[in-house]
Design a protein around this ligand. Structure first.
Ligand code: GRF
Length: 203
């Protein structure tokens, strides 16, 4: 499958996907990496792997819809089968989300439906939770609200602070995301009319 990855920052999840493709754990190819930030380190990672990159500055567009429309044009010109959000820090318009329905994944650093939005590690600590984690999900209209595909759980330990917890979750993200992407690439999972099918069976 042809994959386009959208990033805004460091791109460690992008790196995990690149590594999984190179080692044959994902049967797909990243045809383009798009960043809304010119200085995103993920662009360097992509270039190092020989993947075409593209910077689309959201500030250069009058509205969210226009920015999204430009991204849609670029993604579709690559004939992408799958759009992967990997630390892409922009909210997407409903037209964009609708266009890629069933073809767009996100990874979120919490055990959804807990802690949608930002500062998830801090919030899990403040709540006194004993576990935390990450979730790969299909993207739908509701922010961090689409159907869940893979979750990885980590324990929260006494001496954890935001950084140590974030690091432990991040390490799991790098396992969970390639796994979910391979399920899609191998046609084991599909999302249709708000339902997830695994190996052709409704979940
Ligand atoms: C990750 O924590 C991911 O869950 C969130 O943004 C972060 C991206 O990290 N959506 P990286 O750029 O992949 O290192």
């Amino acid at each position: 499958k042809r994959i386009v990855v959208l990033i805004s920052g460091s791109g460690s999840n992008l790196q995990a996907i690149i590594d999984a493709i190179e080692s044959g754990r994902i049967h797909g190819q990243i045809v383009q990496v798009i960043s809304n930030k010119a200085d995103a380190y993920g662009l360097v990672r992509a270039a190092n792997a020989g993947i075409p990159t593209c910077h689309i500055d959201h500030k250069a567009y009058a509205s969210r819809e226009e920015f999204d429309e430009e991204m849609r044009r670029r993604i579709d010109s690559q004939q992408a089968d799958l759009v992967v959000l990997a630390g892409f820090m922009r909210i997407l318009s409903s037209a964009f989300v609708e266009h890629y329905s069933g073809r767009m994944l996100n990874i979120h650093p919490s055990l959804l439906p807990k802690y949608k939005g930002l500062h998830t590690h801090q919030r899990a600590l403040a709540a006194g939770d004993c576990e935390h984690g990450c979730t790969v999900h299909f993207v739908t209209e509701e922010l961090d609200g689409g159907p869940l595909l893979v979750q990885a759980i980590v324990p929260i330990i006494d001496k954890d602070d935001e950084l140590s917890l974030q690091k432990r979750v991040h390490a799991r993200e790098h396992i969970a995301y390639p796994l979910a992407i391979e399920w899609i690439c191998a046609d084991r999972v599909r999302f249709e009319a708000n339902d997830i099918y695994l190996n052709d069976e409704l979940l």
